[in-house]
Design a protein around this ligand. Structure first.
Ligand SMILES: Nc1ncnc2c1ncn2[C@@H]1O[C@H](COP(=O)(O)OP(=O)(O)OP(=O)(O)O)[C@@H](O)[C@H]1O
Length: 378
């Protein structure tokens, strides 16, 4: 039960503020044993998957409510009070396109994060699956694109804090029973890298194929690096292909990645070639689909200042009468193999173990890496 706020005739001192915050954090605390029972003792049958921060389990509480429990694998190095306060901050972020953080649980060195459970799992399990992909017609995919854009808009501009997601990808878009999209894994930087300075990552943690060049190569993250990743996501939703695994069918050595192929097709007037064939049947929607590719291409432009803000993206998606600028070349294109130099630099650098960015081989796509988000006070 939530505690009532104390009525204070005089403004509270800092200490009183902190006490109230900690008191509120306590209201988000789940009894560890309750969670253990809910997840059937963290059984394999209840395991939904393994992410970079630990395993995720499905749980059912005594009253029948379903939850997803992230069992943090690593010690974040944070004290208990700090951890609770961060959870409290994140739990205050509420938007229909964000996965709701319900609370936490602590027991010795065990730290659990409790989330709302989303029955349709993650978007990657649909769009990259040859059979399940057909379940997502254009109407559903467009709803997902618009929903993710709105969720990011809330994180970037409308919430009390400015939050940079830093690992926007199909695996971090979860779907509810009605296929409404919800962004997952935002705010993890606050829990794991609290010492990090604004805009400069102390550890580059993201997912190969989605990271903007300035973030991947120089650790610079911003709302525009999230916009870049969003652009990659849009391309993947429209084509049903992974950026990092895409081959244009000509050669296994091809350095042509989805973004490059999309941009060249755009320039050559053959853009319909890249659209997922299961979407092409209803050609009446072609204008919408092409407009989405256009917006995606604007998001992945190499020059950070050319990329739109997410609020412009939301406008573009909602207003079809709005004319769109011509996109310039996307990042990682060109004949000097920037893309490969960037991947090599990540895998050969001294702290590559911390970067968790894997170079894929032709037979194996990169593993999903740790998701990390960053929060900057407004
Ligand atoms: N709230 C949730 N409801 C339902 N399923 C979830 C929920 N959160 C996570 N999952 C599922 O649990 C699995 C692991 O999720 P998690 O976010 O930890 O890892 P990931 O996205 O695979 O990797 P990363 O750590 O790089 O983000 C995924 O398959 C995801 O679909």
């Amino acid at each position: 039960m939530r505690r009532k706020k104390k009525q204070n005739p005089v403004p509270p001192t800092n200490t009183e503020n902190e006490t109230t915050e900690i008191g509120n954090a306590e209201s988000l605390k789940y009894n560890f044993n309750v969670v253990r029972v809910a997840t059937n003792n963290f059984s394999n049958e209840n395991k939904l998957g393994q992410g970079g921060f630990g395993a995720v389990y499905k749980g059912t509480l005594g009253d029948g409510r379903e939850i997803a429990v992230k069992r943090l694998a690593r010690d974040s190095g944070q004290g208990e009070v700090e951890f609770k306060n961060e959870v409290l901050l994140l739990a205050k972020l509420k938007h229909r396109n964000l996965v709701r953080l319900l609370g936490f649980s602590l027991e010795g060195s065990e730290r659990l994060l409790i989330y709302e459970f989303l029955s349709n799992a993650s978007l990657d399990q649909f769009i990259f699956d040859p059979t399940k992909r057909a379940l997502l017609d254009w109407k559903k995919r467009y709803k997902i694109i618009k929903g993710v854009a709105k969720g990011l808009l809330y994180l970037h501009e409308d919430s009390r804090l400015m939050i940079i997601q830093r690992d926007m990808k199909a695996g971090n878009v979860l779907l509810d029973a009605e296929m409404n999209p919800k962004i997952a894994d935002f705010g993890m930087a606050r829990l794991f890298n609290p010492e990090e300075t604004q805009g400069e990552a102390s550890r580059i943690v993201g997912t190969y194929g989605y990271m903007a060049p300035e973030y991947a190569m120089h650790g610079q993250f911003s709302v525009k690096s999230d916009v870049f990743s969003f652009g990659v996501l849009v391309m993947e939703i429209v084509t049903g292909q992974k950026n990092q695994c895409f081959q244009n069918g000509e050669s296994t050595d091809s350095t042509e990645y989805l973004l490059g192929f999309a941009w060249k097709s755009w320039r050559n007037g053959t853009i319909t070639d890249i659209i997922d064939p299961t979407l092409k049947a209803r050609s009446g929607l072609m204008n919408d689909i092409i407009r989405s590719i256009h917006i995606g291409l604007l998001c992945v432009q190499e020059d950070v200042s050319d990329r739109p803000t997410i609020s412009s993206v939301v406008l573009m998606l909602n207003s079809h009468s709005l004319s769109l600028p011509v996109p310039s070349e996307p990042a990682f294109l060109g004949n000097n193999n920037t893309f490969h130099r960037y991947v090599s630099s990540l895998t050969s650098s001294n702290d590559s173990a911390n970067r968790k960015v894997a170079k894929p081989t032709s037979s194996q796509c990169s593993k999903n890496d740790v998701s990390i988000s960053d929060i900057v006070p407004r």
